[in-house]
Design a protein around this ligand. Sequence first.
Ligand code: G6P
Length: 613
Amino acid sequence: MCGIVGYTGPRQAYPVILKGLKRLEYRGYDSSGVALLHNGQLNVYKKKGKVADLEEMMIGKSLEATIGIGHTRWATHGEPSDRNAHPHSSKSGRLAMIHNGIIENYALIKQELLNKGYSFTSDTDTEVLLNFIEDIHQHIESGSLEEALRIALKRVSGAYCILLIDQNDPETIIAARKGSPLVIGIGKGEHFLASDASPIIEYTKEVVYVNDYELAIVKPDELILKNLGNEKITPFITKLDMELAAIEKGGYEHFMIKEIFEQPSTIYDCLRGRLDAAAGMIRMAGVDNHIEQLTNANRIMIVACGTSWHAGLVAEYIIEELCRIPVEVEYASEFRYRNPIVNKGDVIIAISQSGETADTLVALEKAKENGAFIFGIVNAVGSSIARLSNAGAYTHAGPEIGVASTKAFTGQLAVLMMVALTIAHHKKTITQERYQALLNELQDIPEKVAAILKNAEALRKMADKYKDASDFLFLGRGYNFPIALEGALKLKEISYIHAEGYPAAEMKHGPIALVDENLPVVFIATNDLYHEKIISNMQEIKARKGKIISIITEGDTTSPKLSHDYFTIPPVDELIAPILTVIPLQLLSYYVGIAKGIDVDKPRNLAKSVTVE
Ligand code: G6P
């Protein structure tokens, strides 16, 4: 988390940095700051709160500078405050630095510096690292800041992307990365640096993704990449195929609602060129080129976090049903620290919107070291997880800015369904009729999503009715059980209402104790194999006076009789249903969030891309 931006070139740096920080605010928004270097004068401004608070504070300040760095923070070490905000200044005042990541051994280094007489103005690991660099810098013969940084980085453990500027060097930003993303945009006589491409896209489409353990020395006319051993590396230039419009709100009040409404087209984009129902085919290069490996997998392990983990749970049900391959779904944070058994022949599927989630990334590195084959399902093109994977498929949902994941999730489900269908077809664990029927169903999904979105107003009304509840329970069975978890997560994230997701039948073993006339219970009760069973679960809630809200299939006449409120979705095969059932839950959460006056794109304490463990 944390967003970083840097600029060096002929333009005024501050407007470029400010706009960039606003685009990166999804990565953290508890405080922000900039350092601007002009005529040998290094001015650092920082402020607790959102980037807009910084912007307001900057009115009337000296903003002249053609080189600068800026940061928007998600606190790790030290509470959100002006003094813990970045950039940090070195003891001498000569250096300023911003950092995304965590320096794990900072306490040890801090003690060493305290022993040498250093004092600190913040509680951050960043200030420690900066003064460590300065201390080395003041003692090495070469006097080279770049060398001091290299020496320092060899001593630190943890994750970082840092940008460093020196008052005595009016043109240069030195950057380094390990574990936290860094993209450098190449302009004409200018360079842009950022955590992702969104602050860069309007200036240039040529970018370099910096790799771990690389250092960049960036001047207006020059970009030098080196490794920590001081060897030069040739920068690999990638062309961005992202449009500016894709990262702007386009008339919607929030990114989240824009992204929810984009789903008919993002799912279509995900299927386009891959799924051809008329020809009875799915073509996915990442799958087709590795079909034997995937088909012969002894076991598939799915590793992910958050919403992406829920997509993994849906996939577990689908892959086991269609492909008859055992599947395990793991939280990346658990996988990386326990001692999982990964055998040759196992396939790991990594699911990540951002492609930068630290826990997922490290879990994969570990599995790859053990010889596992990694298949990445990622949204952010060129991200770390995409590059680490042996093969994969992008979700093609476009940039997702709202902190709560929506369109990336349905993209993940669409990709996972196509992957499962391809394997099952190749492995002949699915009949031709069922295969064709599911291709047809998938092809129709964008239209059905659009039909659900047309009724969004009904969910707004429901949200107004239930917004003051203090708890919610979400229940589902089978393919819709993970959607119950996702519905609860969405609501928690953006309305701050406590919510739990449970398998509907398991509810009897605990959550039922919570049920009374004040508890809204959301049932995902579409027509499937378990429909009668879930109706019984509704009866159990009704008998205890819980308020039943149900998501049901058009034509269901039983559920409405048991429900206080219900929302219908078009008929769909049960295996594909999660792509549809999640949509009303996304909308319900969104409307509850806005009814409660919450900044749904930037809910408290969360960040979109969690690049710390
Ligand atoms: C954060 C985000 C979630 C996301 C999770 C995993 O918690 O707020 O929306 O699901 O990270 O992120 P990833 O980018 O790996 O899918």
